[in-house]
Design a protein around this ligand. Structure first.
Ligand code: AMP
Ligand code: MG
Length: 420
């Protein structure tokens, strides 16, 4: 037994003929090897990329104690009183324009938000509660030492690591890196993903439909799903069920990509060459997954590329992509933070048919009904009904052991929002 088959055989409860969704995910994860290459990019270009270095601040942010409000900076030793006190304003400090003197007892300095706290002060009294009269600033009683001041280093501390390799870089991380004055950083190289559709019945856009043909839609849904993952995409078009063409396509994809996604040709009893070729060119496992839609799926390796052989049905493509391929590609791309699709609890508005023994991903519409989240299915759930994905805003996840759902029962849903 070689690499992949051996790895998956160690998984408890591994059964290629009736593989539970969680076991399939586990099996894939156990075989994957994340990319290691890195590149340096300017801060803006790092958006959506995976960090490849630790970020350790060389400076405190903010660099000085500074005022959080507009008002007057005072020394808190002046606070021990029961009624209003009168302080003498001896100067002014603005953001970027510090006060250079020192503040003594009975004195204060006018400060604006972001101004460095003048020497001798530790608190700011907001301007709205002060009384300016006769050249003096009246401060009411009840002030607290240290109030309205942002401490140096309260955001980021010099020497204390703030970001780790494997983190997704979002808007907040870009700003955070910029706040340290860093102009560029090291990110993981982009994962290269090649895909093609297989099937003799597939026509490409632009060609007239011959009898029995359908337009290839899978490459477009795949393009859309992959675009959201920040990977480098190579669309290799439609490949006929012809062994010579298929072999050439697999070899080309394996030479240039880290992952290959195909659709079609992995069904049970499929009379085409896709399965044969996958098995010939690499180490590929053929699974019957206990799920609906998306029962047949191939997973393996051809050369250095991981292969995901998805079923042909348009809805099955999307379901298997979101349940397995998305996770695998993010992991391959070097993510080490958490990116599991969260589940939300909702109340089923109607009964749903379901038999135990497989996980179902019904297309649903989750909506707010008074104080509760409710969900209904989009109706027709055939795996060729791509409209059901378009009308849906979530998957209703009906667990492996679950039987029929009654109206009013809680169910779990995966929101599409954030997935695209
Ligand atoms: P298969 O998995 O190859 O048996 O295909 C299952 C069903 O999905 C068949 O009805 C195919 O016509 C359909 N199908 C396969 N590939 C595509 C595609 N790229 N676009 C649209 N429909 C497809
Ligand atoms: Mg086919």
């Amino acid at each position: 037994m070689s690499g992949i088959a051996q790895t998956v055989s160690c998984i408890d409860g591994y059964d290629p003929e009736a593989l539970r969704v969680d076991k399939a995910g586990e099996a894939i994860r156990a075989c994957l090897v994340p990319v290691t290459g890195t590149e340096r990019v300017p801060v803006r270009a790092a958006l959506g990329r995976v960090l490849a270095q630790e970020i350790v601040p060389q400076i405190d942010v903010p660099g000085h104690d500074n005022s959080a409000m507009d008002g007057w900076a005072v020394g808190s030793k002046d606070f021990s009183f029961a009624k209003e006190i009168q302080l003498l304003e001896i100067g002014k400090a603005l953001a970027g324009k510090p006060f250079s003197g020192s503040v003594g007892a009975g004195e204060c300095v006018r400060v604006m938000t972001g101004a460095v706290m003048p020497q001798g002060t530790d608190s700011v009294v907001v301007q709205e509660i002060c009384r300016v009269a006769g050249g003096k600033i009246g401060i009411p009683p009840g002030q607290k030492a240290g109030q309205n001041v942002r401490a140096a280093g309260e955001d980021l501390k010099a020497g204390v690591a703030v970001l780790q390799p494997g983190q997704l870089l979002r808007a907040a991380e870009l700003g955070l890196i910029a706040s340290l004055g860093l102009g560029e950083l090291s990110v993981k190289r982009r994962l290269r993903v090649a895909f093609f559709s297989t099937g003799d019945e597939l026509a490409s856009i632009g060609a007239p439909l011959k009898p029995g043909e359908v337009y290839d839609s899978n490459r477009y849904t795949l393009h859309g799903m992959l675009a959201g993952l920040g990977v480098e995409i190579t669309d290799m078009g439609v490949v006929r069920d012809d062994p010579v063409l298929l072999e050439a396509a697999f070899r080309k994809a394996a030479a240039g990509a880290d992952a290959i996604i195909t659709t079609g040709g992995v069904s049970v009893g499929e009379a085409d060459f896709v399965k044969q070729l996958m098995a010939k060119l690499g180490e590929v496992l053929f699974w019957k997954i206990a799920m609906r839609p998306g029962r047949p799926m191939a997973f393996g390796r051809i050369g250095n590329a991981f292969l995901f052989g998805l079923p042909g049905n348009p809805v099955a493509v999307m379901v298997t992509f979101y349940q397995f391929v998305r996770d695998a590609l993010l992991f391959l791309g070097g993510r080490t933070d958490s990116f599991e699709i969260p589940l939300l609890n909702a109340v089923s508005a109607a009964s749903i048919r379901k038999v135990p023994g497989r996980t179902e991903y019904q297309r649903g519409v989750v909506y707010r009904d008074g104080g509760a989240w409710k969900v209904r299915t989009t109706g027709q759930q055939g795996s060729g009904v791509l409209r059901s994905m378009s009308e849906a805003n979530c998957f209703i996840v009906l667990e492996h052991e679950r039987s029929a759902v009654q109206a009013g029962e809680p169910v779990q849903v995966q929101l599409f929002e954030g997935l695209l």
